[in-house]
Design a binder for this molecule. Structure first.
Ligand SMILES: Nc1ncnc2c1ncn2[C@@H]1O[C@H](COP(=O)(O)OS(=O)(=O)O)[C@@H](OP(=O)(O)O)[C@H]1O
Ligand SMILES: Nc1ncnc2c1ncn2[C@@H]1O[C@H](COP(=O)(O)OP(=O)(O)O)[C@@H](O)[C@H]1O
Length: 217
């Protein structure tokens, strides 16, 4: 970051943006959080395709909504219909996908919302970069730990079948990597023939939010 100062106004260079200046508003996150009686945060759900990320995101949003909390779901599949439609599934595009969603999630958390992001987000370094965008403790990483056998047996979109047939290249878990979190806030364990219900997965996250003070200002 380079600085050029002219009298009192100090502008800076961030990336390719030159001569820019941050503008603060008197109504900030603190005021918005008071209004909503909750703390803005990001619940980041990672896991294989078919592990249940979208199901958990929606169940969590419904559960929190019914308790009077404002949430917003950022779903990887949905965002690729708009904001991220220019990105493929090669590693550098997945990284850019996660970076953009991390920045959007940060804005929602700053707005005071409980932002629920559900993306495969297969690379540890990308998830860690998102974590570093947020104040400590307000990035809550949830690993939906469903083995590939469970995800492949579900295969609601038929994508595993296509990947096994070689008709989709670079499919996560088949011929593209997934790096499980080594140190995340919540692990939801799902075994063959033994997965918690969507409501019970959501309750596990709600308990964490409750105990850690996010559901009160
Ligand atoms: N090659 C490949 N690998 C993995 N997934 C693929 C691929 N091609 C398409 N899809 C579909 O895209 C959805 C994942 O999008 P994400 O934005 O979450 O992926 S990533 O975080 O950038 O890895 C994913 O949705 P979910 O099943 O909800 O995870 C798939 O439906
Ligand atoms: N806890 C669960 N128990 C049983 N089936 C589930 C559970 N969570 C998700 N599913 C089912 O698994 C499939 C994949 O779920 P989805 O939420 O779309 O996963 P993802 O977003 O990770 O791809 C769907 O058919 C969904 O109904």
């Amino acid at each position: 970051m380079g600085f050029t100062g002219i009298s009192k106004l100090v502008t800076s260079t961030v990336g390719k943006s030159t001569n820019i200046l941050w503008h603060d508003c008197p109504i900030g996150q603190t005021e918005r959080q008071k209004l909503m009686n909750q703390k803005g945060c990001v619940v980041w759900i990672t896991g294989l395709s078919g592990s249940g990320k979208s199901t958990l995101a929606c169940a969590l949003s419904r559960e929190l909504h019914s308790r009077g909390h404002l949430t917003y779901v950022l779903d990887g599949d949905n965002l690729r219909h708009g904001l991220n439609r220019d990105l493929s599934f090669k590693a550098e595009d997945r990284a850019e996908n996660i970076r953009r969603v991390g920045e959007v999630a940060k804005l929602f958390a700053d707005a005071g919302l409980i932002c629920i992001a559900s993306l495969i987000s297969p690379y540890r370094s990308d998830r860690s970069a998102c974590r570093n965008l947020l104040p400590k403790s307000s990035f809550i990483e949830v690993f939906l730990n469903a083995p590939i056998e469970v995800c492949e047996a579900r295969d609601p979109k038929g994508l595993y079948k296509l990947a096994r047939a070689g008709k989709i290249k670079g499919f996560t878990g088949i011929d593209d990597p997934y790096e499980p979190p080594s140190d995340c806030e919540i692990v939801i364990q799902c075994k063959i023939g033994d997965c918690p219900s969507p409501k019970s997965m959501a309750d596990q996250v709600v308990s964490y939010l409750e105990v850690n003070g996010f559901l009160h200002e």
